[in-house]
Design a binder for this molecule. Structure first.
Ligand code: 5GP
Length: 135
């Protein structure tokens, strides 16, 4: 299969500001940051997203996210971070290699979030029933 852009970063075929590396994961600066310090954490073992990632790899990525997040926050003088991830094209995933975004936030200005909606009538119960049936 053709290497993803992130595999090329793992293999040092294209440059990136690498922040941290261990046997299972790599963390580096996003090339188009939402704010300075915007970091991506990826597994070295290839998977596309949450739907095809094994639990060990997922946990390794999350361990690195937790290790990196305070360093990112403090380095840019932020007060908090978004830990955010897109899984599937419809959810905004552009690079088909599992990655978690760590995005520092210094204040709540320009804070955009998913717009809240309301369930109608029995929709919440029916939706919950469908999810539980899939577990
Ligand atoms: P997605 O939309 O798939 O969740 O996010 C992909 C992210 O990868 C984007 O934020 C984008 O800026 C970042 N990205 C894409 N290509 C490169 C690259 O070549 N180097 C780095 N460092 N980041 C990249």
């Amino acid at each position: 299969m053709e290497k993803t852009i992130f595999m090329k970063i793992i293999d040092r075929e294209i440059p990136a500001e690498i922040l941290y590396e261990d046997e299972e994961t790599l963390a580096f600066l996003d090339i188009s940051p939402t704010s300075p310090g915007h970091t991506l954490v990826i597994p070295k073992k290839y998977s596309v997203n949450v739907f095809d990632t094994d639990s060990e790899t997922w946990l390794a990525v999350m361990r690195t996210v937790q290790k990196i997040a305070p360093a990112v926050r403090d380095a840019v003088g932020a007060k908090g971070v978004h830990i955010n991830s897109n899984h599937g094209e419809e959810a905004g995933q552009v690079v088909p290699h599992l990655h978690i975004h760590i995005i520092p936030r210094t204040d709540r200005s320009k804070f955009e979030f998913w717009p809240p909606q309301k369930y109608k009538d029995s929709e919440a119960r029916e939706t919950a029933e469908k999810i539980r049936a899939n577990l």
